[in-house]
Ligand binder design. Structure first.
Ligand code: EPU
Length: 419
């Protein structure tokens, strides 16, 4: 299992190119199942989760060609409607094939994802919405088995804001008979990017980016081209790293308009930030000030940035209060941060972080994707050596992270194949 060895305590300086967004690329790849024409995608990040999705699409019978950040997907030959447990259990986003398969082929068998480190993460809202559109759904031998000769438009009000739930229902609705309205829809930029890709394929969608999405079903969709949006979480992670360690960074290929909540918090922490076009420049000349954050659906502060901001609070001046409202078990990085000398007290879904003047390097364990990113930031700040084990979590969602950190002058090294 690979580890990451970091020699911390140095400021970071340089330029980093932001990759395409994981959480936009995954649903857009699954949207390729909705039509028999080729879908040509650009800016697809080279990540473990993307590789898993491509494997799943191939398993269903799609042909996939990949050339760097370009992917050409053709689902004309799809002959299976089953997403097997062995793939779904490694990546929950596989549930995103449910809506497209059901809408195009009238049936789907998708394994239930099972447990997840950061919380229970049920898929009841995906199922409820598809049932409202007329699907017959049962759970058989651990699989969601869905059937519908043709889905029918419906008005769906989700119980909570769900990103992949909104995406699954929006995709299914593109081929349904009549109009579907999704109320309480997720407003995440990744939902907007998926909608743009679907519209390019011939779908009729209004309201993506608001909490009411209306989809008028069409008879069929066609091939299209689409460029995946920039990864706002990857971008935010690098900005947070420099805000914590000190120094200066220029991000290229970013979409600052999707990052208001993160940029606001980093400014509050004392960073100077300028955004113009697809560039973001951040400089940090002081010890950060502690900030309070409360995660919530977009446009509020993203749960996917919580661990990174907490790492910054660990060495900030003052005390920061971090409240997680999306996932019930997303504080697993706290015990690891404490190994680096952080002073954190958890009370239910709130962590009180008293900033320390310094952290000291230690061996720590990554527990999930964003927790790993938080540990990398803490490792960059800590004096001495930090070794992060189980960084396969990091590889799921960050493209060449150690190379990009190297461009900033960080001393980060991957130690491969250690037991
Ligand atoms: N929920 C339900 N029932 C459902 C769906 C969701 O109870 O049917 C609950 C979840 O358990 C959670 C809340 O609703 O408490 C919100 O979950 P959501 O469905 O929005 O999460 P998701 O769609 O499974 C996506 C991202 C996550 C990100 C969350 C929240 C993708 C592929 N994943 O997950 O990304 O944390 O939205 O913004 O888009 C990551 O990239 O590290 C990551 C975990």
């Amino acid at each position: 299992m690979d580890k990451l060895r970091i020699e911390g305590g140095r400021p970071l300086r340089g330029e980093v190119a932001v990759s395409g967004a994981k959480n936009a690329a995954l649903p857009i790849l699954c949207a390729g199942l909705l039509c028999a024409g080729p879908l040509a995608l650009g800016n697809v990040p080279q990540l473990h989760d993307v590789a898993t999705t491509l494997k799943l699409l191939r398993r269903l019978g799609a042909t996939v060609e990949r050339d760097g950040e370009r992917v050409l997907l053709d689902a004309a030959g799809v002959g299976s409607v089953e997403a097997p447990y062995e793939l779904v259990r490694t990546m929950r986003a596989s549930i995103l094939v449910l809506g497209p398969l059901l809408a195009r082929f009238g049936e789907a068998r998708v394994s239930l994802p099972g447990g997840c480190a950061i919380g229970q993460r049920p898929v009841d809202q995906h199922i409820k919405g598809l049932q409202a559109m007329g699907a017959q759904i049962s759970i058989e031998h651990g699989y969601v088995v869905a059937k519908a000769s043709r889905l029918a438009g419906a008005r769906i009000v989700t119980d909570m804001v769900t990103v992949t739930g909104t995406e699954n229902l929006m995709m299914a609705a593109t081929l349904a008979d009549g109009e579907t309205v999704i109320e309480n829809a997720a407003r995440e930029p990744e939902v907007v990017d998926l909608a743009a890709a679907l519209v390019a394929m011939g779908a009729r969608i209004e309201g993506a980016g608001t909490d009411r999405i209306a989809v008028r079903g069409v008879g069929r969709l066609h091939g299209a081209e689409h460029r995946v949006m920039a990864d706002r979480i990857e971008a935010g992670t690098f900005l947070c790293a420099v805000a914590a360690a000190g120094g200066e960074i220029t991000l290229t290929g970013a979409q600052p308009a999707t990052m208001d909540a993160t940029l606001d918090k980093l400014r509050e922490a004392g960073a100077t930030i300028e955004a113009a076009g697809d560039h973001i420049r951040l400089s940090m000349k002081r010890r950060p000030r502690a900030v309070n954050v409360r995660t919530a659906p977009y446009p509020a502060f993203a749960t996917d940035m919580q661990a990174q901001l907490m790492a910054l609070d660990c060495i900030a001046e003052g005390t920061g209060v971090v409240t997680e409202t999306i996932f019930e078990n997303r504080f697993m990085h706290v015990l690891e941060l404490q190994r680096l000398g952080a002073d954190i007290v958890i009370e239910g879904s709130t962590a009180v972080v008293r900033g320390m003047p310094k952290l000291s390097g230690a061996a720590v364990m990554a527990t999930d994707l964003r927790a790993s990113a938080g540990l990398v930031i803490a490792g960059l700040v800590a004096e001495g050596q930090t070794v992060i084990d189980r960084i396969y979590h990091l590889d799921r969602g960050y493209e060449r992270m150690e190379a990009k950190l190297g461009q900033l002058g960080a001393r980060v090294e991957r130690v491969t194949g250690s037991p």
